[in-house]
Every structure is written in structure tokens, then in C-alpha cells.
Design a protein around this ligand. Structure first.
Ligand code: NDP
Length: 329
């Protein structure tokens, strides 16, 4: 394949961004030692930010978005991968500084790739994608803090989104009492099917609150940030912890130190993009062991490549439920 279809984000001389499908050639591929025929990708919130230009995610133009991909190695100058190997990629700046996976063909660095985890199909690996593997990184952070199912209830914010859906599923199946915060009451049945024991309205966490509020949860996985995260911190039980993963509700954090110094709580930062390979392998191994494939399928919608730009616009409007798998080729 010397020519291939890709989504590109371009910026003109006046700084105006445009997005569309383009036919690219091999000379458009960026430096790397492994060339991959992409089979599947996903739509993550970050892809939505890139496509809409709502946040400065893209730092090189033109850019092919898509922070997750699976595919088959077509050319390799690396000892790690041979032609025909199936590989997985999440993050490392693809879709931001290096062309990503919304293309039939991509060239990446071998150190960014993982061998396709044996326990997953391509569709399942992308149904998990960055959002799902980040949810597992957050679960691992709570476990490191020794938060166990018997410790008390755990909150998930942005619960019906991609990261939230996988976090609810993982925590519930591990035995935690999961409280799901959502702005979409019509998704209550869906969240209960994934394992949520209680549903709360995200409006409860949205207004400016007190420095310390009633202690409610021993832990939380937060996809929202902003005032929501500040309020969650004020409601965490003594010695509890929060894994801060996202900013769907804002990048700011209008909080006080009170919960830290009076309730000894901990705030863990979760990053999926530059996490070392060893930690990724642990997360994917735990996903293989702990994630219910039927619930994963329940949380997943497959979309054709042609719909990916529209889907990216919808995700930043909070209109996407669960995870989207993009059929590239
Ligand atoms: P989704 O859009 O699928 O999920 C976000 C959810 O947050 C929505 O479904 C909605 O849930 C809720 N939400 C949306 N807008 C608002 C708002 N204005 N106020 C409060 N809640 C809101 O995105 P992803 O699951 O892909 O990502 C979630 C977040 O995590 C994003 O901010 C993303 O950038 C971040 N992220 C970070 C990673 C990292 O490495 N740290 C990796 C992956 C994602 P509901 O309708 O149920 O309320």
C-alpha cells in the first residue's frame, strides 16, 4: 500500500484549524522503525479535544489524530517485532506530536508498541483503549493505597463515559461498592448493569462546596476535574484517596488543603501517555484477568472509519456512552 486513507488535522497560515479525510502516501509517514497496517482505533476524549481544537493537544501540523491503535506489522527494522506480528499502541504522543492511528497505515517507534495481549481480540483491546487502561491504572493506584472492597464505598465520576464505564466495571467486579456519578440519569440502568450499586446526580458535586463536607467515600476515580474534583476531595473519608484522571469538567482545581491536612487524604495523579512499559504490562495483564468481556461488550459501540470525526465532536459534548471502537481496516 503506497497510498492510504487518513484523517488529518491541518492549520492554515491564519491559524485556522480544519479536519478531514485525506489520501496520504508513504512519504507522509513520520520517522519510526515499525510500519503498521492499522486495523482498529478508538475515540478518546483527547481525540475530541484534538479534532475540535478545544485544547492544544496537537503540537505538530498536519497531524493524524488517534491516540490508540492495533494492527499488523508490515515493515520492521526492529529486533522486537517481525512482519506479521500483531501490536498495540496507547499514547506516547501519537495523535499529538507524532501521527496517530486514524489512518490505514502508520509508522511508530518499536519502544512505544506492546505485543497484542493474547487474551484480547483487536476489538476488545480497542474497546479498552487509553480510557480503559487508564481506568486500570487508577484502580492500581487505589490498591496501592490499600483501599480494599471492605474499606468502604468508592466513587466514579463521569461514570457513563469511556474511562468511567470501565472503572465502574472493574471496581464492581473486584467487589467494591461502587457509587457512579453521572449527568445522564437515563444511563442509570446501564451503569447498574456494569455493577454500580448507587447512582448519584453529578449536579450534587458541581456547585462550589465547603472545604470539608460530610465524609462519604474512601476512594474515588475522577474523570471530571474542576469543581467536581474539589468537592470530591472535601467528601473523602479519613485516610482515603482519589485518583485524578481527567478534565472533562475543567482543568482547574478550586480546592483547599483542608482534606489533606485534616483528613490525611491523598490525591494520586494518573497519566497514561508516558507511563513506562513495565507498568503498562501490569495494567494490561490485570485487565486480562479482571475485566468481564461481556460487560466490556455492553459498554462498546463499533463505528465505521467514516464516522470518526463526527464521533470526536460528540465526545467533547458528553454525548458518547462508554467506549467507541473505530473500524479502520
Ligand atoms: P468521555 O467523554 O467518554 O467521558 C467523560 C464523562 O465525563 C462524560 O461521559 C460525562 O459523564 C462526564 N462529563 C462530560 N462533561 C462534563 C462536565 N462538563 N461536567 C461534569 N461531567 C462531565 O471521555 P473519556 O472517558 O475518554 O475520558 C474521560 C476524561 O479522562 C477526559 O478528561 C480525558 O481527557 C481523561 N483521560 C485522561 C487520561 C490520562 O492519561 N490521565 C487517559 C484517558 C482519559 P456522565 O454523562 O456520566 O456525567
Amino acid at each position: 500500500m503506497s497510498q492510504f486513507k487518513a484523517v488529518t488535522i491541518r492549520k492554515d497560515e491564519a491559524g485556522v484549524q480544519s479536519v478531514g479525510f485525506a489520501t496520504l502516501a508513504d512519504e507522509d509517514l513520520m520517522p519510526g522503525d515499525v510500519t503498521v497496517r492499522v486495523e482498529r482505533s478508538t475515540v478518546n476524549y483527547k481525540d475530541g479535544l484534538a479534532v475540535t481544537g478545544r485544547a492544544p493537544v496537537v503540537r505538530r501540523f498536519p497531524m493524524v489524530p488517534g491516540v490508540d491503535g492495533v494492527g499488523v506489522v508490515e515493515e520492521s527494522a526492529s529486533d522486537l517485532y517481525a512482519v506479521g506480528d500483531r501490536v498495540l499502541i496507547n499514547g506516547w504522543g501519537i495523535g499529538e506530536t507524532h501521527c496517530g492511528a486514524w489512518a490505514e497505515r502508520a509508522r511508530w517507534k518499536s519502544e512505544w508498541l506492546l505485543p497484542m495481549p493474547a487474551g484480547f481480540t483487536s476489538d476488545e483491546a480497542m474497546a479498552i483503549g487509553t480510557a480503559g487502561y487508564t481506568a486500570m491504572l487508577a484502580v492500581l493506584a487505589l490498591e496501592r493505597h490499600d483501599i480494599r472492597p471492605s474499606s468502604g464505598p468508592v466513587l466514579v465520576t463521569g461514570a457513563s463515559g469511556g474511562l468511567g464505564s470501565i472503572a465502574v466495571t472493574l471496581l464492581a467486579d473486584l467487589g467494591y461498592h461502587v457509587v457512579a456519578s453521572t449527568g445522564r440519569p437515563e444511563q442509570a440502568d446501564y451503569l447498574k448493569e456494569l455493577g454500580a450499586a448507587e447512582i448519584i446526580d453529578r449536579a450534587e458535586l458541581a456547585a462550589p462546596g465547603k472545604a470539608l463536607s460530610r465524609e462519604r467515600w474512601i476512594g474515588a476515580i475522577d474523570a471530571v476535574g474542576g469543581q467536581t474534583l474539589a468537592n470530591v476531595l472535601s467528601m473523602i473519608r479519613y485516610d482515603g484517596a482519589v485518583a485524578a484522571c481527567g478534565n472533562a469538567g475543567g482543568l482547574d482545581l478550586p480546592a483547599t488543603v483542608a482534606p489533606f491536612i485534616l483528613r490525611r487524604i491523598t490525591l494520586y495523579g494518573i497519566d497514561s501517555v508516558y507511563v513506562p512499559k513495565a507498568i503498562r504490562l501490569v495494567a494490561w495483564d490485570r485487565l486480562d484477568r479482571d475485566l468481564d468481556r461481556a460487560k466490556l461488550a455492553r459498554a462498546t459501540t463499533r463505528i465505521p472509519f467514516a464516522s470518526v470525526i463526527d464521533a470526536a465532536r460528540e465526545i467533547v459534548e458528553g454525548k458518547v456512552r462508554g467506549r467507541l471502537v473505530v473500524e479502520i481496516g
